[in-house]
Design a protein around this ligand. Sequence first.
Ligand code: NAP
Length: 341
Amino acid sequence: MSVPTPGMVVIIGSGPAAWTAAIYAARANLEPVVYEGEPSRDMIPGGQLMWTTDIENFPGFPESVDGQELMQRMKEQAVRFGTRVVGENIASADLSTYPFKLQPSWSDGITARSVIIATGARANWIGLPNELRLAQNGGGVSACAVCDGALPFFRDKVLAVVGGGDSAMEEATYLTKFAREVVIVHRRDQFRASRVMADRALTNPKIRVEWNTQVAEVLGDEFVTGLQLRDTITGRERELEVGGLFVAIGHTPNTDFLHGQLDLHPNGYIKVFAGRTCSSVPGVFAAGDVIDDYYRQAITSAGTGCMAALEAERWLSHHGVEEAVSPVLETAETQPALTAD
Ligand code: NAP
């Protein structure tokens, strides 16, 4: 199979990191091609901000901005400077040869002189059989209150939110617009969430908390009717009647398609050099949530997207754009040390 060359820099992803990298790369005449991904049950082109309504902390929007609108505007800005966009996932990559080879999910393979990975992270599920079945069947289990909470199905019902982080607080607070009552189910006796988010949830009269509690099973055949709860201290089980379940228990980085070709942290996030965006493979850079299990903010993602494009540009100009340098020949002396686990 012939391997067409689409551009110098291929950017994988479509969140704030990817679009910011594309804006910088396009303005630097690096002819970026963005593989923005395909919609699936728990992922959507544009990334996690597509599931957020009011973003109040992205600088420049004093009245807040809708997540979908922000992503659309970033994409338009990247396209305006010549970025090409492909609505496919990258299914696999060969980063051991140069130019790098990337295999989109259904079209012919492509090559790239530099790659920026900005594939983000996806929502985690508890892993209960009924949870996943009902989530897939539209039976009232969701990992995204902002996408699904306003559906008529959930109106005036008692809804449960699992988790104790900022996401759980945000989802619970959001759901009070539609629900009769929101019950946060958390496995410990204190939240992981920031003080301000936790206080907002705890002072909301429509929200109550089931502390030291985990969901043992989701009840219901076609639709959620309740939860089997287990006390994490006593082990005692009981049922809670609910009309919907929202799971907000963190995220997993989208790095499976790399099949270990880059150094990853034990939790699957891509390792980058301290304070930089270069990965363990010279010429391959990573940005956004796929390198960040700590800040995970739109603004920090955008910042590292900018860094990745600048690093790609400098790396390409250092090595000569046309002069294919084998990244495997580049020695450790030319790169700083990777961050510790
Ligand atoms: P998170 O901070 O990792 O919290 C995950 C929560 O889920 C924890 O409370 C954890 O319990 C619980 N959990 C994990 N696995 C579980 C399981 N199998 N069963 C039951 N509970 C489980 O994730 P997050 O809330 O998605 O937040 C991620 C990052 O995004 C954070 O940095 C956060 O500040 C940020 N964020 C910010 C905003 C905002 O500022 N507007 C909104 C959302 C998220 P334990 O506490 O016991 O570990």
